[in-house]
Design a protein around this ligand. Sequence first.
Ligand SMILES: [Zn+2]
Length: 66
Amino acid sequence: MTDATRFQCPNCDAQYRVVPVEAPPTPDAPLACVSCGGPLQSRDGEQALKYFRIDEKPRRARVRKG
Ligand SMILES: [Zn+2]
């Protein structure tokens, strides 16, 4: 069981899974949406937030040969 929550980028609707992690209170590099480059919240109080992009759409790049 995890504390992961969903986050949707307000700019480009990219879907993320957000996982809070214990982190020392040091300034983090600002996070940006990997899709549109928009700013993302990097901390929640004493916890740092990690974002994992969720690909809802199946990719069709993989072509099996043979
Ligand atoms: Zn975005």
